[in-house]
Design a protein around this ligand. Sequence first.
Ligand code: WTA
Length: 676
Amino acid sequence: MSQDPIAVSPATGNTGAGSTGDALENLLQENRKFPPSAGFAADSVVKASEYAEAAADAPAFWAKQARGLLSWHKDFTETLDWSNPPFAKWFGDGQLNAAYNALDRHVENGLGERVAIYFEGEPGDTRSYTYAQLTEEVKKAANAFESLGVAKGDRVAVYLPMIPEAVITLLACARIGAVHSVVFGGFSADALRSRIDDAEAKLVVTADGTYRRGKPSALKPAVDAALTAPGHTVGHVVVVKRNGENVDWTEGRDLWWDDAVGGAAAEHTAVGHDAEHPLFILYTSGTTGRPKGILHTTGGYLTQAAYTHKAVFDLHPETDVYWCTADVGWVTGHTYVAYAPLINGATQLIYEGTPDSPHQGRWWELIEKYKVSILYTAPTAIRTCMKWGREIPGRYDLSSIRVLGSVGEPINPEAWMWYRDVIGANAGKNGEKKDDPAPIVDTWWQTETGAQMIAPLPGVTATKPGSAQTPLPGIAVDVVDEMGESVPNGSGGYLVIREPWPAMLRGIWGDEQRYKDTYWSRFDSMYFAGDGAKFDDDGDVWLLGRVDDVMNVSGHRLSTTEIESALVSHPSVAEAAVVGAADETTGQTVVAFVILRGSAVDDADIVTTLRNHVGKEIGPIAKPKTILVVPELPKTRSGKIMRRLLKDVAEGRDVGDASTLADNSVMQQIAESLKK
Ligand code: WTA
């Protein structure tokens, strides 16, 4: 963090900036508000009173949720032990089983015939699992893993595509107390190996491959490559047959899923594990050096996962069909695909492929087909769909949609409004509109927080485009300056969390000191999230991007998010990414990479037009010095723009490690487009 990262003086980044400052304020002073309809509010599962209840006694509030939402093998007597910060224990002497909570108890409660998972493969193959069927599969997988020598506390590396076996594997591990470590399918063999080594995994669960844009895409070869060099801890590799491609086989080590799991007994008793028993490790992306394994445990994590999933999506499990588009390789696919929906007894859709295969209407086709009522996706996906055009979702009946969620990065007001109008208000394929569009919940959280932390409640909050709005009940969020003092509304600062929360990370695997240094040493007794934020005059939270993405231009502090938001608000721009490039005179300059909408490509003056547009939206200081029109932006498989690579381009350096890109030809395409 070499730059003074964010506007933190009481006067904010707009100090004496005159009209610039005013304009900056205006952009983040969103005046539109959309209160819930009376009908939605009346049926909402969570009421406004929960804020006051949680504020009066947050641990008591969480204890109530823990007992109300989960079934315990052994009840707890102590809610929170914070005697040794930053190491929290929630529900410490309680015992429970995550898989029992996600599966068996629903069957015991007569919900065995409810569909747990609808699966749609990219080629169009389908499967569905009732709760009874899913329970049986997980029991078999638990028996299979145990017979391969996996015991409580052992680590299992998971390198799978988005198929039901991914969820089955995670729950089978949880059932036997093994700790899963999912490695995203987009990571290389080297990255997989370093994660296997760091966690000392005993078993790897993978697939021959998957499908990407109509073509088979391999996974097993990366596992083979990762395990070529000796010295690893892996005894067995279980391989799901998914795309049927030929794979190399190591006798004695490799087993087909169908043999190992298919042949296992269907009876397995779930025993209670301690509430603080490790549930999973998930390595955070984008870090350099040794991978950082974020550790989550059982009772607190599941409590907050289940509560937020119910409250933020207003879940009615008897009638809703829920779809989270996240891959199991990142935290959203853990909390809001593998765990929370099943704990809550919901019916969910899992889709294997990309949104444009075989056509750009695939997602909307799926929503129409399965009558999806809750959609949870990322702003980058929304902006991609904007780029493809509103007529594509317009061809489908999306009237089943009730709640729309967003996660992963700030959603600019432009994309928010598009999401509302084009998806949330769609009442049929002939252009019919709902009077009362589906509420949008913009959810802020992190791998480290385990579950949502800041989000509107759709039946309670009047939503505001671009703001994640309100800390959830029982969550103590603040914005502070360099010294750790709370800043007034309207001022930028660092987002912190003042009190422990149930789903908080319990550490970094094998590195206590790094956990303390990274999150708890910047400010005394506060969790440092690494994000810039501010409260607006209504007290709503605006996320301003990672503090390391914030630029400092001529002493003015500018957020990449604000400039991107301004660029995307221009009708010619489909997507934009902004970086600060080092500059001798001004500290940094603003460099923007933009993807134009089809209709705008021929406008020769587009760069001038856009600079002026940003000047108008924010102020002259924010005008990008350079605007580069590019065909694509470099993104990770979880959809995050890799600004680090763009910064390399902007600063004329060789492009650094691009191994985590979803499509590694993108940097090449950008380089070529800039030569022209
Ligand atoms: C960013 C994803 C603004 C933020 C769940 C955070 C967001 C990082 C939002 C965590 C949001 C996530 N608005 N920014 N609604 N959600 N972020 O660990 O910078 O992949 O620190 O977890 O994403 O990313 P992670």
